[in-house]
Every structure is written in C-alpha cells, then in structure tokens.
Design a binder for this molecule. Sequence first.
Ligand SMILES: *Cc1c(COP(=O)(O)O)cnc(C)c1O
Length: 402
Amino acid sequence: MSASTPPKRNSRQGLSTRAIHLGYDPATAQGALTPPIYQTSTYAFESVEQGAEYFAGLKPGYVYGRTRNPTQALLEQRVASLEGGEAGLALASGMAAISSCFWTLLQAGDRIICDKILYGNTFTLASQGLPRFNVTADFVDLTDLDALKAAAARPFKAIYFETPANPNLRLIDIAAVSAVAGRAGALTIVDNTFATPVLQRPLEHGADLVVHSATKYLGGHGDLLAGLVVGGEDMVKQIRMHGLRYMTGSTISPLTAFLVLRGLKTLELRVNQHAKSAAAVADFLAAQAAVSKISYPALASHPQHGVYRKQMIAGGGLISFEIDSGMERGRTFMNALKLISRAVSLGDAETLIQHPASMTHASYGPEERARHGISDGLIRMSVGLENVEDILDDLDQALRQI
Ligand SMILES: *Cc1c(COP(=O)(O)O)cnc(C)c1O
C-alpha cells in the first residue's frame, strides 16, 4: 500500500487493527483518542415516551446499567469481531459468563453433556449446581467420539467443553463435536480462554457460543476479573435479557470494560509472544530427565497433536507437566522458583505456576480427579512475558534443587 492510500476500516481488517479501532470514532467523543469510560448506572430519557420506547425495544437506547453501557458495548463489539461472531456480551467474570449461559439455555428436565476435564468451578457448577435445579450434566471424554456418540443417543440440550482444557491441555476437535451436537439439534459451547481468538476461533469450526474468562489473556495484566460470551445475535440477546438481567445480575463495571479494551489492543502481540516463549520452555522441559510427562499442544508428542494442527495457529502460553516420582519433588521444585510466582490464574505478564490437585481443581474430589485424569503430580505453568532466558534460568536452578 502506498503512503497516499487511505486506510480502510472494515471487518476484514487484521485482528489487531480491529482490536484497536473497531466501533469507535474519536469525533463522537470530543476527539478523545481513547474511548471514554461511561461511569453511569442509569440514563436520562428526553421524555416519558422515549423511555417507554427504549423499554419496549422499539428504539435502541440505554435504559439501566445492569444490562448495557456504552463502554461495555464497545468491548462486546470488538470481542465479537475477533471471534467472528454476530454479537457479544461482557460480564463480571468468566464464571458469570458461563453461569449466565447455563441459566438462559437450560431448564429443569434438561441434560447437558460436558467434557470430563473442566476448570474446577465450571465442574462444580455442572456437577453440583445444575442438579439442584433438576438439570443433569453428564461428563464424557470428548476426545473419544464413540463415547460422545453413545452419550448423544439420549436427548440433550448442549455440549460444553474447553480446548485446550484446564489444567491438562487436552484438545477437543471442535468441528467433530459440533457436528454431533448439530445433528441432535443441540448447541455447542466452547470455553476459548486458553487459546484466545488469536490462536483459535471456535465459531469458524461450527460452535454456537464461545465463552471466555477475560480475566486471563483478554485482560492480560492480572488486574481485573471479566467474562465474555460471543455467538448469534438472538442467543446473545437472550443471555443478556435472562441470564444477566435477572438470573445472575453479574454486570461488568464500566472501568473494568475499559481495562479489558486496553488489554485487547496488545492481545495479538502478547499472545504470540506467550506462545513463542512457551514453545521454548516446552522444548526445555521435554529435554529434562526429571520431567516425566509434558503436555503442550504444539509438541508432536501431544496426544491430540492432529487436532492442534486442524484448529490452532500456535500452542498458546500454558504448559502442564509432571516431575518424576510424584508431587513431593514437584513441591520442592515449585518452592525453589524465584522469578516464577506460585499463583493460580493465567495469561498475565508474570509467569505463574500452580498445583491443580490442591488449587484450581481441588473442587474435584480425589476419586473424581483420578477418574477424570487429573493426576496429583500435575503442575500447570502460564508462561509470561519476561525474557525467556530468565524464565529458563529460573526453571533450571529450581530443577537442580530436587
Ligand atoms: C479462570 C477460568 C474460568 C473462570 O473465570 P473467572 O474469570 O475466574 O470467573 C473459566 N474457564 C477457564 C478455562 C478458566 O481458566
């Protein structure tokens, strides 16, 4: 493009361009380069008639801050575009996004099929929360399509999974699972927190809804909690008007929406660097005698490496691994780390390491963890944005302590 060609502004622009510009014109806000934070709980109507029209949905307009806010709306528009969906809904946390979907799409008597590896609190919501309202969740190994087809022989409303899955980074074939759900007239919901739309866009592979913990990579700086839902316009509207408005009330604050918008501007840059550093760390760990198992999607040794090649652009920033001969040495190793922080969460600038069996996945009982394949020795690391040599040095010195 020559210097004189004016830049185009359309949805085919690159991911970062849309993350920085989409849906905002500074001329609409006194020239402010950065979109304003609309810190308001309610909106003034010009007349009673106007308010009534807004409430009735006859004209578009803001009525009250629990369901919509302009700062939130910009975030929703941008994330929907990045995921390739029609509409988005921003909420106060990842769990707010997931529970608002469930409370909208499911009702007493329904059945949902979930993968057997889920983020701990999603597992608790499905295994303990839903049954209290007479919704059954069946946990199936979705890497096994025969097992899925057997489970799909009985009526179900939706299939829910994460890929890569938290904490062990199993991958699930989005297109294959969506096809099974589609034939049954059921919905496919994918938690895309680990990959982000930079590395994987589930809607392009047939999923109906994408959910995110924006607390992780989308926010990206370990300073907020937020969640997102992206999908078809009608379905997202239902989740806003039922799941958010009166079932959960889990509204994102305008300031938090602003912070996620700020994070999105560097999403592609950050995620690509996380993935590049994680690939180097995975190679390093795979070569260590003390590391008995490693799971990283981009490694040819990953059990679902074929699925990785089908639906992911790079392996992402998470690695899970085990230290030889169990968690006793794993604990010594983790306690010896100096730069890397022992902390749950992920997707931050800081490299974080945690022990799922005693932390994020302690809500699975010991037998459940064994049955679902979350081993007691598993360690999960979120590779941060520090210089990779320093991350490798820290791992190396800690491995020498065990
Ligand atoms: C953290 C996480 C969640 C929950 O998100 P919050 O923002 O903490 O509520 C859901 N799914 C996955 C995969 C996560 O890692």
